[in-house]
Design a protein around this ligand. Structure first.
Ligand code: SAM
Length: 294
């Protein structure tokens, strides 16, 4: 894994090079750098592009773009909440851009969302320069923002949640601790019976080792562990795997009619990627991914 600060002095007409993979890079034309700071935790840059709108990168790794953020945020929020069926309290670990918070709060049945983000600068700068992503989520009376290490939070909190969504950076730097067996064990600890954990799990065509790694580590604490997929254009390498874990295998096989009814009840009519049909289809994994789930 690489990652690391982008070159100094990037400006209009330059190209931003994502440094996630050792031998492959994707580049984005920069029309304007809006903000740049080496925070306490990571190199944070927000820049304008002709194709993806505004883009946030941390340690030279693309995190979120205005143009395609809906795919990932809808799939990380609605899949577990709809499958659960009775979720009232959600924990988001990471997610500083506010996209998942926004989508989770679309469910009127959700009474409380705690979001534990380690880097206050990500929240502040996304509110300032990418407001279309958080929108008004942070001002929702149900939202509770905690600036802390998510691994420490789940180890120490006495709060309980029906859904835990880990919207972390990749397993390096501050995000590395969010891919450990101990972290997953504590996620299990803070979940109520019947609870669901979902996590950002990379692009298997390029990061197949992360599929095996999290599968083995999550299986130590959860009875049913698997993945679902989503196609996020700005996450290089094809389909993205999202980790799924619970103690009830049936939660990955909720009948289509039930999903459709719950989506209608939740009033999720204006989604742009997630649909009841996508819900069930997303658990169908490409054959090349299967050998890595072991
Ligand atoms: N959707 C993106 C992806 O799939 O790569 C992730 C976006 S979100 C910006 C990732 C967030 O995780 C960042 O804001 C980062 O600060 C946060 N983060 C990293 N390590 C963390 C930790 N140990 N505890 C809490 N938040 C953390």
């Amino acid at each position: 894994m690489s990652g690391g600060p982008a070159p100094a002095g990037l400006g209009s007409g330059d190209w931003f090079q994502e440094k996630l993979f050792p031998h492959v890079r994707q580049t984005f034309e920069i029309t304007k750098v809006l903000f740049r700071e080496q925070t306490e935790h990571q190199d944070l840059i927000i820049f304008e592009t002709p194709t993806y709108g505004r883009v946030l990168a941390l340690d030279s790794i693309i995190q979120v773009t205005e143009r395609d953020e809906f795919v990932y945020h809808e799939m990380m929020a609605h899949m577990p909440i709809i499958a659960h069926g009775r979720a009232r309290r959600v924990l988001i670990v990471g997610g500083g851009d506010g996209g998942i918070l926004r989508e989770a709060l679309r469910h009127k049945s959700i009474e409380h969302v705690t979001m534990v983000e380690i880097d206050r600068a990500v929240v502040d700068m996304c509110l300032e320069y990418m407001p279309s992503i958080p929108k008004r989520a942070f001002r929702d009376r149900r939202a509770n923002l905690v600036i802390a290490d998510g691994a420490r939070f789940v180890a120490e909190t006495d709060e309980r949640f029906d859904v835990v969504i880990v919207d972390s950076t990749d397993p390096m730097g501050p995000g590395e601790v969010l891919f450990t067996e101990r972290f997953y064990r504590n996620c299990h600890r803070v979940l109520t019976p019947g609870g669901i954990l979902v996590n950002q799990n990379g692009v298997p065509f390029m990061q197949a080792d992360e599929v095996t790694m999290t599968y083995r580590r999550r299986r130590k604490s959860f009875k049913d562990v698997g993945f679902y997929v989503a196609a996020v254009p700005s996450y290089y390498g094809g389909l993205m795997t999202l980790g799924w874990a619970s103690d009830n295998p049936r939660l990955r096989h909720v009948p289509a009619a039930t999903i459709a009814r719950r989506v209608a009840t939740a009033g999720l009519t204006r989604t742009r990627y997630y649909t009841p049909a996508i819900h069930n289809a997303a658990f169908a994994l490409p054959a090349f991914v299967l050998p890595h789930i072991r």
